[in-house]
Design a protein around this ligand. Structure first.
Ligand code: AMP
Length: 142
């Protein structure tokens, strides 16, 4: 299954935040939307980082509640690893395992067109394994 197939199934909504938004407001939106990461945009609306709940936790561990008033760019990861729409689930799993992260923004022709989380990947992997097991059972049963 490819990234574009996953996106047509789950949708292309991505929570983006401006780099000068406060950690508090990003954290509130992550909690409201029940998601784990925000793609960060600069003044030109270009992707300039990614901030996950882990970055926010680390910043709070470092600065205490003062962290909440800081801007999100102080804790984001500026070098974003992305994927494109033609990549397969296995390629995404490899990127996530190698980079030790759970989110991959999708960039197509220079534009942000979606985001894939580890949950999206695991869900499709399980569906595929179940379908294959069913097919095998039907084949054996003749
Ligand atoms: P996560 O597992 O997604 O919560 O992220 C763990 C760490 O990896 C955090 O420091 C994130 O900022 C960073 N991170 C998450 N996704 C990416 C990505 N696609 N590219 C680079 N860093 C990332």
């Amino acid at each position: 299954m490819s990234v574009s197939e996953i996106l047509s199934d789950k949708g292309r909504d991505v929570f983006t935040a401006q780099s000068n938004m406060t950690i508090e407001s990003v954290a509130k939106t992550l909690a409201q939307k029940k998601i784990g990461a925000a793609v960060i945009l600069n003044d030109n609306q270009q992707v300039c980082g990614i901030a996950s709940e882990r970055d926010i936790i680390r910043q709070i561990a470092k600065s205490g509640t003062d962290a909440l008033a800081k801007t999100i760019d102080v804790c984001m990861t500026p070098k974003v690893v992305s994927c494109d729409e033609t990549e397969t689930i296995d390629a995404l799993m490899e990127k996530m395992t190698k980079g030790r992260f759970r989110h991959l923004p999708v960039i197509s022709n220079g534009k942000l067109t979606g985001i894939i989380s580890i949950g999206d990947v695991v869900k499709r992997k399980i569906q595929k394994a179940e379908t294959e097991a069913e097919e095998m059972k039907r084949y054996i049963a003749g």
